[in-house]
Design a binder for this molecule. Sequence first.
Ligand code: FAD
Ligand code: NAD
Length: 465
Amino acid sequence: MKTIETKLLVIGGGPGGYVAAIRAGQNGIATVLVEREALGGTCLNVGCIPSKAMLHAADLFQDARRQASDKGHIGIRVADPRIDLGQTVAWKDGIVSKLTSGVGALLKRQGVQVVNGEAHIVDGKTVRVQTAEGELKIVCEHLLLATGSVPVVLPGLPFGNGVLSSSDLLALRAVPRRLAVVGAGYIGLELGTAFSKLGAQVTMVEAQPRVLPTYDEELTRPVAKSVKALGIEVVTGVQAQQFDAKTGRLSVKAQDGSLRDIEADAVLVAVGRRPMTRGMNLESLGLTMNGAAIAVDDRCATSMRNVWAIGDVTGEPMLAHRAMAQGEVAVDVIAGKKRRFDPAVIPAVCFTDPEVVVVGALPEQARAAGIEVTSTTFPFAGNGRAMTLESTDGFVRVVARADDHQILGWHAVGRGVSELSTAFAHSIEMCERLEDAARTIHAHPTLGEAVQEAAHRALGHALHA
Ligand code: FAD
Ligand code: NAD
C-alpha cells in the first residue's frame, strides 16, 4: 500500500476544509486534502450557491409572469413567459463547476495535494483512503476533520420514492406540479418559495407554530405575508408522517393526534442537518462529543492532541462562513500563531423573499441576558430606494444598550438586505454605538439609509419617519 507522509491532513473539501488547506499552504505547511465527492462540499455543489442560483432564476421568472399578468404596470410588456428547468439547472451547474474548478486551482497554487477518495480513520495520525487507483495510507502530524453534515432523515419519510432532499430538488429537470415541503426553516423556505415562483403548487408543513421559528415574529411577519401572497399554504403545528407516492398523499399529524392528508407529487424534507461523523471509524478516537457534533475549544482543538475539527461537523450554526473562519483559525494555531475563534457575531441570512438578516442579539435574547436595551425599527416604507425596488414591506431594527448605546444587534427584513449583513457584522465587531451609526454618512438612495435612520430613531430623532 502506498504511504504519504504530511504535516497536515484535512478530511473534507467543503468551505471549512478547502479554506483551511489554502491557509495551510500560505503558512508553508505541507498539506494533503481528502475529498470523497467534489471540492467545494455541500455549499458549492448542492447548498449555498446552487440554491441562490435557483432563487435568482425563480425571481426573474416570477417578475416576468407578474409583468405579463398585470399587463406590465410599470410599462414592461411580456407575453407568456415559460421556464425550461433543464436549461436553468444546466446554467446553475455551470456556475457550480466554475467555482469548484476555481477551488481546485487555488489549492494547486498553494501546493496542497488533493486525494479523491473516502477517508477511513485508523488512529489520530493515520488515515486510509480508498481511491480509484487503490488504497492509500496517509500519516500526518495534525488531523483536521471537516466532514460537514448530512440531511436529517425522518423515520417515516426516507429519501427516495418521491421524497426528496434539497440536493435532489436542486437537480430536478421539471417543476413538480404539487410540492409539499416538510420543515419551514432555512432550506424549506428558500427552496419552497423558489419552486412556488417556478410554478409548483407548494404546501409547507412545519412542526412549530410559525415559519422560521428561531427568529421573532416581528422579523418573520413580512416573510409569512409574502409566502401567503405567493399562494403557498402553510400548515403549522404538525409533524409529517409518511408519503404514499402512488396516491400522492403526505400524511401529517397535529398535536391533538388528528391526521390530515396533503396532496403532493413530490415531498422535500428539510428538517435540519446532522454532523457527518458516521462510517469513517471516527468513534475509535473516543473524542469528546457535544451531542451529535465533535466538541472543540476556541482553537478548534478536539479532546485529542493534534486532532482538530471545523465547520458543520462541530455543530450549530451550520453556516459556510463560520466553517471558513474556523478553518483559518485552526490552521493558524497549527502554524504556531496565537489565534482564537471568538467572533462577536456570526451573521445569518435567510434568502427568502423578502430576505431576513440576523446579526447579533435579538431583543428578547438581550433582555433574557439581563441587559436593559432599546429595540427600534425603521420601516422601508420610509426609504426611497425600497420604493424604487417595489419592496417597502420590511424594516431595519437595531438593538442597543440603554445606558451607553453600544449596538448589540442589527436585524433586517426586506428585498436585498442580505448585502447589509457585512455592515452589520462590522458595526458590532467594531463596538459601534448608536451615535456612530447615526452620524456616519450613508449614500443616497440606498437601503443602507434605513440603517442610519434606525439609529437616529433609537436616539429619538429619525428624519424620515
Ligand atoms: P461541507 O460543505 O458539508 O463539506 C464536507 C465535505 O467533506 C463534503 O464535500 C464531503 O463529501 C466530505 N467528506 C465527508 N466525509 C468524508 C470522508 N470520510 N472522506 C472524504 N471526504 C469526506 N450556508 C450559508 O452560510 N449560506 C447559505 O446560503 C447556505 N445555503 C445552504 C443551502 C442548502 C440547500 C444547504 C444544504 C446548505 C446551505 N448552507 C448555507 C450550509 C452550508 O452549505 C454549510 O454550512 C457548509 O457547507 C459547511 O461547510 P463544511 O466545510 O463544514 O462541510
Ligand atoms: P432548519 O433547522 O433551518 O429548519 C428545519 C425546520 O423543520 C424547523 O423549523 C423545524 O421546526 C422543522 N421540523 C423539524 N421536524 C419536523 C417534522 N417532523 N415535521 C415538520 N417540521 C419539522 O433546517 P434546514 O432548513 O434543513 O437547514 C439546515 C441547515 O442548513 C440550517 O440550520 C442552516 O444552518 C443551513 N442553511 C443555511 C442557509 C442560509 O444561511 N441561508 C440556507 C439553507 C441552509
